[in-house]
Ligand binder design. Structure first.
Ligand code: ADP
Length: 290
């Protein structure tokens, strides 16, 4: 698979404040990449650096195998960007805003605009300043997508959208992916992207702490091992596993020992109850952030 975007050791400080410390990630052509991390982790800083809205202090960004140059009009036209906060000309109507955007492109982008406006149930006659947060977001989505970019960068795209519109947006993104569009999707909620993404990059304190395919992340070797036994203290010493919770004679371990070995080890104890469960993606995610 060829890489569309490759970021190496990207660093950005706002004066003395760290925006991102060391971001290294790569996005394959045609995939949806979930860029996940808590608020303040550095997602927007990374994205704004890619777009060229802010200047990096260090590191390199490659796009299509070449160092990214946002002043190259062809490159610019191939990218669609939805900022986390959409700021537009307040006095314009939605129609005027979208008409204005159309004038930037030589190709006719009116057809896709109309489709998107319809899908998102957007009222073009409303003035920007009268729009709710959700409707403003929808205008941002149309602006990011209407020129049919090859690479779509969405910073927290569903914030402000109601669940129905979130699902409409996800359908649009799946359609985009099927057309071959590559998508960078940032969110602070893993569950939001876990049904959509091919790869997930986790960012914490300005550093990518894990990047892997969703399949590999789901097939992680961790399970919850719950044991109820009067000999729970001995078992704890014997297994040497990390404890998630304990209560009287019951203990929940975060287990990465294979099932056969566990069964052999436990056979010498008197066990009342034994449960082995898959670790949820959410718990796995939060374990990265401890
Ligand atoms: P995220 O998008 O993951 O919520 P940000 O990239 O917005 O994270 O923020 C990363 C860090 O950079 C935070 O500590 C934040 O306070 C800081 N930061 C972001 N923007 C600015 C700015 N304009 N000036 C100073 N610090 C900033």
């Amino acid at each position: 698979m060829s890489k569309l975007l490759e970021i190496k050791h990207l660093k950005k400080y706002y004066g003395k404040t760290c925006g991102i410390e060391d971001v290294t990630l790569s996005i394959n052509e045609g995939e949806i990449y979930g860029f996940i991390g808590p608020n303040g982790a550095g997602k927007s800083t990374t994205i704004r650096t890619i777009i060229g809205l802010i200047k990096k202090n260090d590191g390199k960004i490659f796009y299509n195998g070449k160092e990214l140059d946002m002043s190259d009009i062809k490159v610019k036209e191939s990218i669609g960007y939805l900022p986390s906060e959409v700021n537009l000309y307040k006095e314009y109507t939605v129609k005027e805003m979208l008409d204005y955007h159309e004038t930037f492109y030589k190709k006719n982008i009116n057809k896709r605009r109309k489709e998107l406006v319809k899908l998102l149930k957007l009222d073009e006659l409303k003035r920007i300043e009268d729009l709710s947060l959700g409707n403003l977001k929808k205008v941002g989505i149309v602006l990011a997508l209407m020129h049919e970019p090859k690479f779509l960068i969405l910073d927290e795209p569903t914030s402000g959208l109601d669940p129905i519109m979130q699902s409409v947006l996800h359908d649009i993104l799946i359609e985009e992916k099927n057309k071959g569009t590559t998508i960078l999707y940032s969110s602070h909620v893993l569950s939001e992207v876990s049904n959509l993404c091919d790869t997930i990059g986790f960012i914490k304190n300005g550093v990518i702490i894990k990047e892997d395919s969703l399949v590999n992340i789901k097939n992680n070797s961790y399970t919850y091992l719950t044991i109820t036994s009067a000999e729970v203290d001995k078992i704890k010493k014997d297994l040497g596993l990390k404890v998630k919770e304990e209560n009287d004679n019951t203990i929940i371990f975060i287990n990465n020992i294979d099932a056969n070995t566990i069964i052999k080890k436990l056979s010498k104890y008197n066990i009342e109850r034994l449960l082995i469960e898959e670790v949820s993606l959410e718990d796995l995610f939060s374990s990265f952030y401890k």
